[in-house]
Ligand binder design. Structure first.
Ligand SMILES: *[C@@H]1O[C@H](CO)[C@@H](O)[C@H](O)[C@H]1NC(C)=O
Ligand SMILES: *[C@@H]1O[C@H](CO)[C@@H](O)[C@H](O)[C@H]1NC(C)=O
Ligand SMILES: *[C@@H]1O[C@H](CO)[C@@H](O)[C@H](O)[C@H]1NC(C)=O
Ligand SMILES: *[C@@H]1O[C@H](CO)[C@@H](O)[C@H](O)[C@H]1NC(C)=O
Ligand SMILES: *[C@@H]1O[C@H](CO)[C@@H](O)[C@H](O)[C@H]1NC(C)=O
Ligand SMILES: *[C@@H]1O[C@H](CO)[C@@H](O)[C@H](O)[C@H]1NC(C)=O
Ligand SMILES: *[C@@H]1O[C@H](CO)[C@@H](O)[C@H](O)[C@H]1NC(C)=O
Ligand SMILES: *[C@@H]1O[C@H](CO)[C@@H](O)[C@H](O)[C@H]1NC(C)=O
Ligand SMILES: *[C@@H]1O[C@H](CO)[C@@H](O)[C@H](O)[C@H]1NC(C)=O
Ligand SMILES: *[C@@H]1O[C@H](CO)[C@@H](O)[C@H](O)[C@H]1NC(C)=O
Ligand SMILES: *[C@@H]1O[C@H](CO)[C@@H](O)[C@H](O)[C@H]1NC(C)=O
Ligand SMILES: *[C@@H]1O[C@H](CO)[C@@H](O)[C@H](O)[C@H]1NC(C)=O
Length: 384
């Protein structure tokens, strides 16, 4: 039993050893093609100066029998140096082949891209049938003219209102549900689409698309890109009366005027109309109504999409200020009357008491003095 398990363990170890060996041989075999390409990456612009790629054995003393470029499956070049034609060599996949003693044939691929920044980028609606009404879906089209290679293209959609820019999304041209183009590496026209669910905040915003050629880290930095002009969204939306400016109930003081402001947001700008039965109300400027009577006033804002109605109840408020003033005046007069009456009664009583107490001879003098004194101090008594 023990021997058997030991044997199994050994066999497992052996298999593991084999696996690791095969792994090692695999990776070393890949590294063994002793070819060096200079430069190892070529990202060239259309009609630029161009550049030659040289293919040579990594070690000068290596046993190379043959070394050449294969730039297309059916096109070999019997030269270590190869220079692409930057006005037409779009569709090449250059591979350097070498035959080495002890190794045989092996090859190395050159990363080669001939690119052309877009000629023109423009933005428009997909077709005339696309919606421009709030809640609808607008399909926008970004047309990129004459760009290569299209599969390296990335399209960014941005949305701008004032100085605020929002990225709507970006998509690679390879995304078949958003972009379409003829699948080849030479310059083609690319069309990309985006769907926007419209709402009123979009009205007047500018949408742009930017086409960027993403050529990887060995490509030009920053990547070549081109912007479209902005497309200004014109969204039609239903009118909505601003109820902060027009409450449901408005008081008006008798004898005064009140301005009812009916403002509505809508596109196209809504037509404002007032319906009322008052004979004294009249229209002011900018959709205002000037009222001085109670009643029901009905404002409607209407465009081709719909109509919004807002009913205002105007309530007459009496002007209580004159009434209040009158009341106060009356009270003052009343109090004065009461006071004077009380005083005059008291005054008469004093006089009578003095007559009864003092000498009748002095009465004239006394009376005069008293009269004078009180006359000066309280002239009000004269009124009664
Ligand atoms: C080793 O090479 C063979 C054929 O070239 C391949 O099928 C296999 O996946 C490679 N194994 C590893 C571990 O790379
Ligand atoms: C080019 O070279 C490859 C690799 O050696 C070879 O298989 C192919 O037949 C050659 N093609 C032509 C057209 O010479
Ligand atoms: C190989 O390329 C070099 C450089 O482009 C050129 O000078 C030379 O003539 C070429 N040789 C052949 C045989 O085409
Ligand atoms: C390059 O070599 C690999 C094996 O190392 C081979 O599979 C491939 O077909 C070769 N490429 C070309 C273009 O001949
Ligand atoms: C790009 O194309 C649009 C629409 O075709 C055109 O109106 C615009 O003038 C073009 N711009 C340039 C720079 O060619
Ligand atoms: C789209 O609109 C343009 C201009 O407004 C017009 O010339 C064209 O015929 C319309 N196309 C369709 C399919 O309605
Ligand atoms: C946009 O402009 C306003 C004033 O016009 C400014 O207050 C605001 O900070 C700006 N926002 C940004 C993001 O620049
Ligand atoms: C936009 O919407 C239309 C209709 O619903 C749909 O056919 C199209 O695939 C959508 N496009 C994108 C880019 O989502
Ligand atoms: C309108 O669209 C903007 C941006 O797409 C969004 O932020 C906003 O919430 C939307 N408003 C409504 C009322 O749907
Ligand atoms: C309504 O009017 C108020 C007061 O003038 C204003 O602050 C607000 O922005 C307006 N609302 C709309 C939707 O225009
Ligand atoms: C009417 O409204 C416009 C725009 O809102 C404003 O420029 C104009 O001053 C207003 N007129 C009056 C008399 O309020
Ligand atoms: C307001 O006036 C419009 C137009 O005459 C009418 O359709 C609507 O029913 C009125 N609304 C009310 C609440 O009176």
């Amino acid at each position: 039993m023990e021997d058997f398990s030991c044997l199994r363990l050994l066999s497992v170890l052996f298999v593991l050893e084999l696996l690791s060996l095969s792994n090692g041989t695999n990776s070393s075999a890949e590294q063994e093609c002793p070819i060096e390409i200079q430069p190892d990456t070529m990202v060239l612009e259309y009609q630029s100066r161009g550049q030659a790629a040289v293919c040579k054995p990594r070690n000068a003393d290596s046993n190379v029998k043959e070394i050449f470029w294969q730039i297309q499956p059916d096109r070999n070049i019997s030269n270590k140096s190869w220079k692409p034609d930057v006005s037409k060599d779009w569709d090449l996949s250059p591979v350097c082949h070498g035959y080495f003693d002890g190794i045989g044939w092996c090859n190395k691929t050159l990363l080669y891209i001939l690119y052309k920044p877009p000629e023109n980028v423009s933005i428009d609606t997909k077709d005339n049938s696309t919606s421009t009404v709030e809640g609808g879906v607008m399909e926008l089209k970004c047309s990129i003219k004459d760009v290569a290679p299209a599969e390296n293209l990335k399209v960014h959609w941005t949305w701008q209102k004032g100085n605020e820019t929002v990225e709507l999304g970006s998509v690679g041209a390879n995304n078949a549900s958003s972009c379409s183009f003829t699948k080849k590496r030479s310059p083609v026209n690319v069309e990309c689409y985006i769907n926007i669910t419209l709402n009123r905040t979009h009205h007047g915003t500018e949408v742009r698309c930017e086409a960027e050629l993403d050529l990887g880290p060995k490509g030009p930095q920053p990547p070549p890109s081109a912007n479209s002009y902005s497309f200004i969204l014109n969204v039609s939306y239903k009118p909505k009366i601003n109820t902060t400016k027009l409450p449901k109930s408005v008081p008006v003081i008798r004898g005064y005027k009140e301005e009812l402001v009916c403002e509505a947001d809508g596109n196209p700008p809504p037509k404002i109309q007032w319906h009322y039965s008052s004979r004294t109300a009249f229209l002011g400027s900018n959709g205002t109504l000037i009222v001085n009577e109670e009643g029901t006033y009905n404002c409607t804002a209407e465009n081709y999409l719909s109509r919004d109605t807002h009913v205002v109840q105007v309530e007459l408020k009496e002007d209580y200020l004159p009434l209040l003033a009158g009341f106060v005046a009356l009270t003052v007069v009343g109090i004065s009357v009461i006071f004077v009456t009380i005083y005059s009664i008291y005054y008469k009583n004093t006089k009578m008491r003095r007559y009864s107490l003092k000498n009748p001879k002095l009465s004239t003098l006394n009376g005069n003095v008293a009269h004078n004194t009180w006359d000066i101090q309280l002239p009000v008594t004269k009124l009664s």
